[in-house]
Write a new protein. Structure first.
Length: 196
């Protein structure tokens, strides 16, 4: 064998490269990467460590993909279940609030107005929305009679005399005969007969 002469610097550089590759091949994680790099640069080279593990690695990769897909599907199902539960809880609370408002005297039309008001204002609680709605739309004041509050029962128009009212006031509402006469007169008037 013929000797090849190289410069000492080049020899030291080659020894350094060989030493580093040997160190990498001695480390389990680095060895795999060095062998994979070799296989990338020359796919025809036979590396038993990689070639024997290729089918196993392929099967493992397939299993990993399936597991990942299954986890994602379970996460979606869990999120959907939680959303259904939150929606059911919200609807149950909404039904309770509607029942409370109904028992407080709100009609279906009024509840529809309250729900519309709650949606427009972004109020999640119907009872709070009802209180706010009532504040913005206060109920009309009740009509009260003019005068001293007697509703005019004992006020007589000049020149007329109401015998029924006089009889009822004098008897404190216990005059059956006067009441009977008034009922008959009202029926006769309603039926188109002249009042006698």
């Amino acid at each position: 064998m013929a000797l090849v002469q190289i410069e000492e610097a080049e020899l030291l550089q080659q020894r350094g490269v060989i030493e580093q590759i040997n160190k990498m091949l001695g480390h389990p994680e680095a060895r795999k990467k060095v062998l994979e790099a070799r296989k990338i640069t020359d796919p025809s080279v036979v590396i038993p460590e990689l070639d024997a593990a290729a089918p196993l690695n392929s099967a493992l990769d397939e299993m990993r993909k399936e597991l990942k897909a299954e986890r994602e599907e379970r996460a979606k199902q869990e999120a959907a279940r939680e959303e259904r539960e939150r929606l059911a809880e919200f609807n149950a609370g909404l039904d309770r609030q509607r029942a409370t408002l109904r028992s407080a005297g709100w009609t279906d039309e009024g509840l529809a107005e309250i729900q519309k008001h709650a949606q427009e204002r972004g109020i999640p609680d119907l009872e709070v929305a009802a209180a706010h709605y009532e504040k913005l739309h206060p109920p009309a004041e009740p009509v009260s009679p003019n005068g001293s509050g007697s509703w005019g029962f004992d006020v007589q128009n000049p020149g007329t005399e109401d015998t029924f009212m006089t009889a009822m006031v004098n008897s404190k509402g216990d005059n059956e005969a006067a009441l009977d006469r008034e009922i008959r007169a009202a029926l006769a008037e309603t039926r188109g007969q002249a009042r006698r």
